[in-house]
Design a protein around this ligand. Structure first.
Ligand SMILES: [Zn+2]
Length: 316
C-alpha cells in the first residue's frame, strides 16, 4: 500500500507517492503564487495528486491515505486550516473540500513543522528515539514536538510554537506581535539581518566579498566567511549560535527529549552549527552536571524530501 504526501508551501505545492517504508515511488510539484485564493491551491493540489497517481499507474484503491503538511495554524482534528500567513488561507475546511475529489480516501492535515517532526521519527534521524524536538531554522523557526512517539499539538493543534517563546525580553519585534521571540533571533531571516548589520560595521570583512560573489547576502554568507577565517563573520556566527542555543536549551528543559533535531536551510551548515550547539546543550541544560541525561543535537536527515515524507507520515 502507498500513501500520498503533499507539502503545501508559500512558493510551491510538492507531492509524492510514498511506500510504508518511506521510499518515494514518484514525486511532482507545481509553483504557486503566494497570494493565490484557496480554490486555486486546492485545484493545484487535486491535479498534482491525479498526476502522481497516473505517473505511478495507481488507482485510488491502491492508496491508503493522503497527508498534507501546511504552514500556519492547522486544526488537524477538525481538518481545517485556521490561519496561514504564507498562503492566503483563513478557516478553510480543506479535508472536507478534498474529500469531494477522492471519495473515501482518508485525508489528514498538520502543521508543516509538526509533520516534519513525525517524518524524522518514522523515516529519518530520529527513528531510534521516542522523544524528540524538531526545530527548523528557515524563513521562520518552526518546532515539532514528539512525546512517547506521538506528536504533541496542544488544543486545536495550536501549541508547539516554540519559535514564539521569548529569549530576549523587549528584544527584536516578531511577526507574531511579541518582542524578542526565538524566531526573531534564530531564523535564517534573522541571521541575514545580523549579517547585514555586521557588514555595515565591518565593511572590510570577507562577508562583503562573498555577498558580492553570490549576488546577495543570505544565511550562508557569514558561515562561508567564517570558514575562511574572517573574524567579524565568526562573531556573527557565534552570536547567532548563542541565540539558537538559548532557544533549544529552553525546549530541552521543558520536554527533556532524547534528541533535538535541527532542520531548515541553516542546518545545511552541518557540524559548524551542530557541534557548538551540542556544546551549549552540554553546558547549560538543566541538571546536566548532576546526572540528568544528555540531550543530543543532530541534523535532521530528510532534507530535500522532508516535506513530502512528513506529510505522508501524517497519514500513517
Ligand atoms: Zn513571535
Amino acid at each position: 500500500m502507498y500513501i500520498i504526501g503533499v507539502d503545501i508551501g508559500g512558493m510551491s505545492v510538492k507531492g509524492g507517492i510514498v511506500g510504508e517504508d518511506g521510499k518515494i515511488l514518484c514525486k511532482a510539484g507545481v509553483e504557486t503564487k503566494t497570494a493565490s485564493e484557496p480554490d486555486v491551491i486546492i485545484a493545484d493540489t487535486v491535479s498534482l495528486i491525479n498526476n502522481l497517481m497516473q505517473k505511478a499507474r495507481l488507482k485510488i484503491g491502491g492508496i491508503k491515505g493522503l497527508g498534507l503538511g501546511i504552514p500556519g495554524a492547522i486544526d488537524s482534528k477538525r481538518g481545517v486550516i485556521v490561519y496561514s500567513n504564507n498562503i492566503n488561507f483563513i478557516n478553510v475546511p480543506i479535508v472536507e473540500r478534498l474529500r469531494g475529489y477522492f471519495g473515501e480516501l482518508p485525508v489528514f492535515i498538520g502543521n508543516d513543522a509538526n509533520a516534519a517532526a513525525l517524518g524524522e521519527m518514522r523515516f529519518g534521524a530520529a527513528r531510534k528515539y521516542l522523544n524528540a524536538v524538531f526545530v527548523t531554522l528557515g524563513t521562520g523557526v518552526g518546532t515539532g514536538i514528539v512525546i512517547d512517539g506521538k506528536l504533541f499539538e496542544g488544543v486545536s493543534s495550536a501549541g508547539a510554537e516554540g519559535g514564539h517563546t521569548v529569549i530576549v525580553a523587549d528584544g527584536e519585534p516578531c511577526s507574531c506581535g511579541r518582542r524578542g521571540c526565538f524566531e526573531a533571533y534564530a531564523s535564517a531571516t534573522a541571521l541575514v539581518r545580523q549579517t547585514k548589520a555586521a557588514m555595515e560595521k565591518h565593511p572590510d570583512s570577507l562577508m562583503s566579498v562573498i555577498a558580492r560573489e553570490k549576488g546577495r547576502v543570505n544565511g550562508r554568507t557569514a558561515f562561508l566567511a567564517a570558514a575562511r577565517g574572517d573574524v567579524a563573520a565568526q562573531e556573527v556566527i557565534n552570536r547567532y549560535i548563542g541565540y539558537v542555543g538559548e532557544g533549544i536549551v529552553n525546549l530541552a528543559n521543558i520536554f527533556r527529549p532524547e534528541v533535538i533535531l535541527i532542520g531548515g536551510g541553516v542546518s545545511n551548515e552541518g557540524d559548524a552549527l551542530i557541534l557548538p550547539l551540542q556544546k551549549i546543550m552540554d553546558e547549560r541544560c538543566y541538571g546536566i552536571h548532576n546526572g540528568n541525561p544528555r540531550v543530543l543535537v543532530e541534523k535532521a536527515s530528510l532534507t530535500n524530501d522532508a516535506g513530502i515524507l512528513g506529510a505522508a507520515s501524517l497519514a500513517l
